[in-house]
Design a protein around this ligand. Structure first.
Ligand code: ZN
Ligand code: ZN
Length: 543
C-alpha cells in the first residue's frame, strides 16, 4: 500500500560555481545550436513523400553516313553504328567459333542445335575455310560473322543530337504535380536553351551528356554503353521557402574497361526483310550504341507539427552530454583537485553494509565531518574517507550545556599544551600518545599542524570540568547516585566532546574521538585499576 501511494524522485546536488555554471550553459547552448542547425539543414520539421513520375524523351538530329554495301544513308534518329549483312534462307557451315568442328559426316547430328548455333544441323560435315571443316546448318545464310566493331564509330556525328526529356512528377501525399519543363519556360526558350549555360534546360546534347558522365563520346560510341541520366527532385513545399526544381546528373552505368569484361558495351541486332524474285531476303544489322537510362527519384517535404514534436523529443537526450561531461570533469582531477574530491564525495551518499562499521571523524582544521570505514589493521588517521557530511548542530544539547556553564566569559583562550613526549609520527597536534590499537590512532588535526583541540579552554570547560559533567549526568538521569563514578564521568565527557565537535552524528555511524582528547579525559577521570574500554567510541559504548 505504501509502495502504491508513493512516488520516488531523484535528489540533486546543486554546486554553486561560476565556472561550472557558465560551462553548463555554454555546452547547452552548443547542443541547442547544433540541434537547430540539423533541423533547418535536414528539414526535420517536415513530413516527406516519395516521387511518382513518368518520363518520355524525344531525340532530334540528322546524320549522314556511309554504310558498306548500301552507300550513303541519312539517319535522323538515335545513334546506331554497326554492321550489316545480307542473308537468305539456305544451307551453310557454322563458323568454328560457334559451331562444331568435324572430320566426317558422322561427327554431325541431324536436327541438333544449341544456344550458340545459328541454325539446325543437317548432319553433313562441310568445309568452312581452308583450315577448318564444320557442321552444316539450315537457317539464314551466310551465318553472321563475328567481327570487331568498326573504328571510328559510324555515327560519331550523333554527338550533336539533342534529346528533350519530358518528366512529369507527382507527390501523392501532398497532391502536388510538376513538370521539368517549368511553367515559366516558353517555346523560344526551349528552342535555344542549352545545358551548358542553363542547369534547368530540359534539352541535352548527347555528346554533352556523355562528357558530363566523364566519358568520351567517340570512344564510347565504338562498343556502346549505358549512360544514366538521373533527375533528382528535392522539393520544399512550405509556403515561405517554396522551391521545387529538378537537378540533373549523369553517370556511366556499365563496366567501362572492355578488355576486362565479357560482352562489353551495348549492342543489339535488328533486320530489314524484303522479297527478291519470290525469295525472302533480309539485311541483318548489329548495332553498337549508347543507351540512355533516365531515372527519376526525389522527395517532397511539408511542415508537420507531429514530425517537429518527434524530432524535438529525439534530441532531448543530447543534453545529457552536458551532464556526462561536467560529472566527468568534477570526478577527475581536471577540475581543481581539492574541489573535485569534495563534489564527488558530496554527490554520492555511501550507505554502508550492515556488517561494516562506519566511523565519523571531526578535525579541528576542517568544517565537515568525514565518514571512514573502520579497519582492524589500518591506522584511523590514515584511513581514506568514504564521504563528507555537513555538521549538524545538536541544538538542544548545546543550549542545555551553555545554560549550565558558569561564568561563560571568564575562561582563557587556551590551556597549556598537554605534554606527551615525543608525539607519534601521525600526530599533527602534538598532544596524542601512541596506542597499540590502530583504530585509536586518530589525531584532532588532519592536514595542518597546530594547537591541539584538547588544549583549548572550551575543551576543559566542556569535557574536563567535573561540576558540569555531574550536573549533565543528573540532567539526563535525575536519580543517579551521587557522586557519579569515573566511568560515568568519562562517558559524559566523551559525549560532550562529540556533541561539541560533531554535533548530531549521521545515522548508522559511530563518532570517533581523537587520541589526545581521550588521553586528557582519562587523565582527568582515571579508572582506579587503570582499565579502560577497548575503543573510546562515544554514544553509549566504551569508557
Ligand atoms: Zn594529535
Ligand atoms: Zn589533539
Amino acid at each position: 500500500m505504501v509502495a502504491l501511494c508513493s512516488y520516488e524522485t531523484t535528489k540533486l546536488v546543486r554546486i554553486h560555481s561560476v565556472r561550472l555554471g557558465s560551462l553548463k550553459w555554454t555546452l547547452n547552448a552548443t547542443v541547442l545550436l547544433f540541434i537547430c542547425l540539423v533541423m533547418l539543414w535536414n528539414r526535420k520539421y517536415q513530413q516527406f513523400d516519395q516521387v511518382v513520375s513518368s518520363v518520355t524523351a524525344k531525340v532530334k538530329g540528322v546524320a549522314h553516313m556511309q554504310l558498306p554495301g548500301e552507300g550513303g544513308v541519312i539517319w535522323d534518329e538515335a545513334d546506331y553504328s554497326g554492321f550489316l549483312q545480307s542473308q537468305k534462307q539456305g544451307r551453310c557451315p557454322e563458323p568454328p567459333s560457334s559451331g562444331r568442328r568435324c572430320q566426317h559426316h558422322s561427327d554431325c547430328e541431324r536436327g541438333a542445335w544449341d544456344q550458340r548455333s545459328h541454325g539446325i544441323q543437317t548432319g553433313s560435315c562441310v568445309k568452312f575455310d581452308a583450315l577448318a571443316r564444320t557442321c552444316e546448318v539450315v537457317g539464314w545464310c551466310p551465318v553472321e560473322a563475328k567481327n570487331k566493331p568498326p573504328r571510328p564509330a559510324l555515327l560519331a556525328s550523333a554527338e550533336k543530337f539533342t534529346v528533350l526529356i519530358k518528366n512529369n512528377i507527382r507527390f501523392p501525399a501532398f497532391n502536388f504535380i510538376r513538370r521539368n519543363i517549368l511553367p515559366e519556360m516558353t517555346e523560344s526558350y526551349l528552342r535555344k536553351c542549352r545545358r551548358a549555360n542553363d542547369s534547368l534546360c530540359p534539352i541535352f546534347m548527347l555528346g554533352d551528356v556523355v562528357n558530363r558522365a566523364g566519358e568520351n563520346f567517340s570512344t564510347m560510341a565504338v562498343e556502346g554503353g549505358v549512360i544514366g541520366i538521373q533527375i533528382k527532385w528535392d522539393c520544399d513545399l512550405d509556403h515561405l521557402t517554396r522551391r521545387c526544381l529538378p537537378a540533373y546528373s549523369f553517370r556511366r552505368l556499365d563496366q567501362k574497361e572492355s578488355n576486362k569484361t565479357l560482352s562489353p558495351g551495348f549492342n543489339f541486332r535488328f533486320a530489314k526483310y524484303r522479297t527478291v524474285d519470290g525469295v525472302e531476303e533480309r539485311t541483318l544489322y548489329k548495332a553498337f550504341g549508347i543507351r540512355f537510362d533516365i531515372m527519376v527519384f526525389g522527395q517532397a517535404g511539408k511542415f508537420s507539427f507531429i514530425q517537429l514534436i518527434i524530432y524535438i523529443g529525439s534530441t532531448l537526450s543530447y543534453y545529457a552530454l552536458t551532464t556526462i561531461l561536467l560529472d566527468w570533469l568534477i570526478g577527475t582531477s581536471c577540475y581543481v583537485a581539492e574541489e573535485g574530491q569534495n563534489y564527488s564525495e558530496r554527490k554520492v551518499e555511501s550507505i554502508p553494509d550492515k556488517k561494516e562499521c562506519i566511523l565519523c571523524v571531526s578535525y579541528v582544521d576542517e568544517d565537515d565531518i568525514r565518514l571512514v570505514k573502520m579497519s582492524r589493521k589500518k591506522r584511523l588517521q590514515d584511513a581514506k574517507s568514504i564521504g563528507v557530511q555537513a555538521r549538524r548542530e545538536d541544538i538542544g544539547h548545546m543550549t542545555a550545556t551553555l545554560c549550565l556553564l558558569t561564568e561563560p566569559r571568564s575562561f582563557p583562550a587556551t590551556f597549556s599544551q598537554p605534554c606527551s613526549s615525543p608525539p607519534p609520527s601521525w600526530c599533527k597536534c602534538g598532544g596524542c600518545s601512541a596506542s597499540p590499537i590502530p583504530q585509536e590512532e586518530l589525531c584532532c588535526r588532519r592536514g595542518s599542524e597546530g594547537p591541539c583541540v584538547a588544549s583549548s579552554a572550551l575543551f576543559h570547560k566542556l569535557s574536563l570540568q567535573r561540576t558540569l559533567l555531574e550536573a549533565l549526568i543528573l540532567y539526563r538521569e535525575p536519580f543517579t547516585p551521587t557522586p557519579p563514578d569515573g566511568a560515568a564521568l568519562r562517558r559524559c565527557a566523551y559525549r560532550q566532546y562529540v556533541a561539541w565537535r560533531l554535533g548530531e552524528p549521521p545515522a548508522d555511524c559511530r563518532p570517533a574521538i581523537p587520541r589526545c582528547c581521550v588521553t586528557r579525559i582519562r587523565e582527568a577521570f582515571p579508572s582506579p585499576g587503570g582499565r579502560y574500554g577497548a575503543f573510546a567510541l562515544a554514544k553509549h559504548a566504551a569508557t
